[in-house]
Structure formats: structure tokens, C-alpha cells
Design a protein around this ligand. Structure first.
Ligand code: ACO
Length: 402
């Protein structure tokens, strides 16, 4: 806490907290994390129970509305989401405006931001009905947008959503089906996909969620706010870590090269960090990583992938890092992104799709936090202050005198 009277000669105090390591920006009833104990609860329910006993759309309902749905409420919600999965036909031109090799996250930032131009009837943030429609549209259309960004990269035709498929199967269908061939979604892969969505659904005030809340605090429309969240998530210190982690595991290649990479991660003159390791809040373990690790074993087994070298490298790297005093002292543990890439690759996704899958999963978290903020009558525009360290007042100097 700084006494700003000493700094600016004004009354009052303010906190100086770079990176917001100890500043709460809002109150919330959605997600609870105890980083010391490795606890993650959504509306009070432990993530391990939700990942094993629930499914993504039920968790979406829980995050959005605060309670688990009845059977009738769930059926209604699932049917609403399914009926909103189509994209306005003109949005295809938007995809086609990007270079063929555009990263799908870049395409998603643009396309989601442009949704406000296509869905005018859900941009009035003061109308609760419009807010609800915008929420449903975003949850429903995000898999279509991510899948089409991928199809566009491949140069394959866009595949339309199917109303007879569940959320995860529909996404897999839009990513992997091609018109000339029959494609059946593997239920094992669909279940694993759904679990990945569930594990990423919300994580309280992380960087991208805070970005969404800050953007929304000015009254910006929901599609613009979610586009801002996607842009923030893309960074390698946040959602981009899943892509970076698998690329790192591939670069390491074989377990005998692990010590070299651990030494690099510890070297303060080397900017390299172990991707998928460390977390701002979890200082014991990331409960999502535990479920993800178990899932990786199960899925690869069920898919008949035995002795996967990347999974072997990941497990050995985890073991060696955890045994190293550097990681123990700094309380660095595998995070959710450490094992997710191994599963996604086994499903057939390229690394460029890892972060888009995170973005589509997190959309419900962003939109639930956005809704909560707007429903709070006391919400204000977010406006952090700064600690100014620049020049004191001085007179302008004409260019010929400089
Ligand atoms: N490898 C090596 N050293 C690390 C790592 C790592 N992955 N993470 C943190 N450290 C070290 C830092 O160098 C620092 O050391 P120092 O005290 O000697 O300077 C110390 O641990 C603390 O690190 P900070 O960066 O200050 O911690 P912060 O809470 O700001 O960062 C973060 C957390 C960004 C997640 C960091 O651990 C990191 O960069 N990890 C790798 C990227 C990653 O996996 N991101 C995904 C996060 S989870 C998610 O977004 C879904």
C-alpha cells in the first residue's frame, strides 16, 4: 500500500500490485480455488466429480445459472444450444478473407468479434433476454467457429453442424468429417473431448477472464468482450501453453534429453521455461492436471496407442522436475496444459488447434463471469491506476533546439 500523498500530494492511499498477485477485482459466486490445497470448485462442486460424473453442457448450465439443472431444464438447454450451432451463412466470407495459413486463434478473434455485426438482436447488454441469447449463441457457435477455422487451414469444405449429435461429437464431426467419406464419431474420443471441455470450462479471474470483465465494464457488446478474451488466452503464458508444451515435448524427443531441458529451465540467463509447468494460484497441484493425466492414460489405452513416446517423455519430465529442488522450492507443478496436448494429438488434432479448443471450452466461463458482472447493480468501469515514474513537468522544446 502506497501513500499517494507522498507521490502526488493528494489525499488517500492505493495499492501497487503488478500482475495483480494479491488484488481481488470483483466478488463472484461461480468458481472457488484454493491454490495451497489444490481445490477447484464450480458453484461448490469439485472439478474431479464434474469431470467424471457430469458432462460439459450440464457444467455450462451450472456455471451460467448457478445450480445443476433438472432433467427437463437440461433437455431444454441442450436443445437450445443445439439449435444455435449454425453460423450466419455470410460469415463464411469472413473466414475466406483470412490467409489460408492463418492461425485458427487469429481467425477466431476476428470472427467472434464480427458476430456483433451479424447478431444485432443480442447486443443490448441492458436487456436480460438479449444477454441470455448472446450467451447461448456464443456457447453454441464457438465449436462451429473453431472447426471452420481448422477446415479453412486444411482447404477442406466447411462441415455444417448436426442436430442429432451431442456437443463434443458435433465438434469432432465438424473437424474431421469430409463430404466424400463416411465419418462416424468414436464415442471414446467424444467422451474424452467432452472431459477436456469440462476441465477448461472456468477458472475464476485468470488473465483472459479478467480481460473479458474489463472489456465488458465499459458496456462493450458480448461478442467484442469474448473476442478480447480469446486474444488474451492465445499467449503462451496462458492458453497458448498447451500448444507450446506439446511442441516442447516433441523437441525433447527422448527421455535422455530431459536433464538438458530441466537445466535450461533453471538457468536464469535462458528465457526457456518448462511449458505446462507452474501456475499463479496453484502452489501444490493443479487438480485439473491430475484428471488430465489419468485421462491421457485411459484414452491412449482405449485407442490402442501403447508406448506413446510423447506421453512417456511427459511422465518422465514430470518425475524429474518434481524431484528437483528448484521446482519444489518454487512450488512448480504440472498444470492443466501439461497432459492435454498428448490427448489432443492422439485424437488427431494438430498443435495449432489446441488453444482454439481451450477457447471454445472457456467461452462458458467468460460468458458466465460477464453475465454475473452485468447483473451486479454495483458494477463499475474497470480503471486501474498506475505508479508514474516518468519525467516531472517540463516545457516543450522546439524541434530546432533539441
Ligand atoms: N519453468 C521454469 N521456471 C519457472 C516456471 C517454469 N514453467 N514457471 C515459473 N518459474 C519460475 C520463475 O522463473 C520465477 O523464478 P524466480 O523467482 O527465480 O524469478 C518463479 O518460478 C515464479 O514465476 P513467475 O513467473 O513469477 O510466476 P507467475 O505466477 O507470474 O507465473 C506462469 C505463472 C505464467 C503460469 C508461469 O509459471 C509460466 O510461465 N509457466 C509456463 C507457461 C504455462 O504453462 N502457462 C499455463 C498456465 S495455466 C493456464 O493458463 C491454463
Amino acid at each position: 500500500v502506497l501513500d499517494i500523498r507522498k507521490l502526488y500530494g493528494q489525499a488517500g492511499v492505493f495499492t501497487y500490485d503488478p500482475g495483480f498477485t494479491s488484488t481481488a477485482s470483483c466478488d463472484s459466486t461461480i468458481t472457488y480455488i484454493d491454490g495451497e490445497k489444490g481445490v477447484l470448485l464450480h458453484r461448490g462442486y469439485p472439478i474431479s466429480q464434474l469431470a467424471s460424473q457430469s458432462h460439459y453442457l450440464e457444467v455450462c448450465y451450472l456455471l451460467l445459472y448457478g445450480e445443476l439443472p433438472s432433467a427437463a431444464q437440461l433437455e431444454d438447454f441442450e436443445s437450445t444450444i443445439t439449435r444455435h450451432t449454425m453460423l450466419h451463412e455470410q460469415m463464411q466470407y469472413f473466414f475466406r478473407g483470412f490467409r489460408r495459413d492463418a492461425h485458427p486463434m487469429a481467425t477466431m478473434v476476428g470472427v467472434v468479434g464480427a458476430m456483433s455485426a451479424f447478431y444485432h438482436d443480442s447486443t443490448d447488454i441492458n436487456d436480460p433476454k438479449q444477454r441470455e441469447i448472446a450467451s447461448h449463441r456464443l456457447i453454441a457457435k464457438m465449436p462451429t467457429i473453431a472447426a471452420w477455422a481448422y477446415k479453412y487451414n486444411l482447404g477442406q469444405p466447411f462441415i455444417y453442424p448436426r442436430n442429432d449429435l451431442d456437443y463434443a461429437s458435433n465438434f469432432l464431426h465438424m473437424c474431421f468429417a469430409v463430404p466424400a467419406e463416411e465419418y462416424h464419431v468414436n464415442p471414446i474420443i467424444a467422451r474424452a473431448m467432452d472431459r477436456i471441455f469440462t476441465l477448461h470450462a472456468d477458472h475464476e479471474q485468470n488473465a483472459s477472464t479478467s480481460t473479458v470483465r474489463l472489456a465488458s465494464s465499459s458496456g462493450a457488446n458480448p461478442f467484442a468482450c469474448i473476442a478480447a478474451g480469446i486474444a488474451c488466452l492465445w499467449g503462451p503464458a496462458h492458453g497458448g501453453a498447451n500448444q507450446a508444451c506439446l511442441e516442447m515435448l516433441k523437441e525433447i524427443g527422448t527421455p535422455d534429453r530431459i536433464p538438458e531441458y530441466i537445466a535450461r529451465a533453471k538457468d536464469k540467463n535462458d528465457p526457456f521455461r518448462l511449458m505446462g509447468f507452474g501456475h499463479r494460484v496453484y502452489k501444490n497441484f493443479d487438480p485439473r492436471a491430475m484428471v488430465m493425466k489419468q485421462s491421457a492414460d485411459e484414452i491412449l489405452d482405449l485407442l490402442g496407442v501403447h508406448n506413446n513416446p510423447i506421453l512417456a517423455t511427459a511422465k518422465e519430465l514430470e518425475q524429474q522436475a518434481l524431484a528437483d529442488p528448484y521446482f519444489a522450492e518454487k512450488k512448480l507443478f504440472p498444470n492443466v496444459d501439461f497432459y492435454s496436448g498428448v490427448i489432443l494429438e492422439a485424437m488427431g488434432f494438430p498443435t495449432s488447434m489446441f488453444t482454439p479448443i481451450f477457447a471454445l471450452s472457456r467461452t462458458v466461463g467468460w460468458i458466465s463471469q460477464w453475465k454475473e458482472q452485468l447483473e451486479d447493480p454495483a458494477h463499475k468501469i474497470g480503471r486501474p491506476r498506475q505508479l508514474y515514474l516518468g519525467a516531472t513537468e517540463r516545457d516543450y522544446v522546439d524541434i530546432e533546439d533539441r
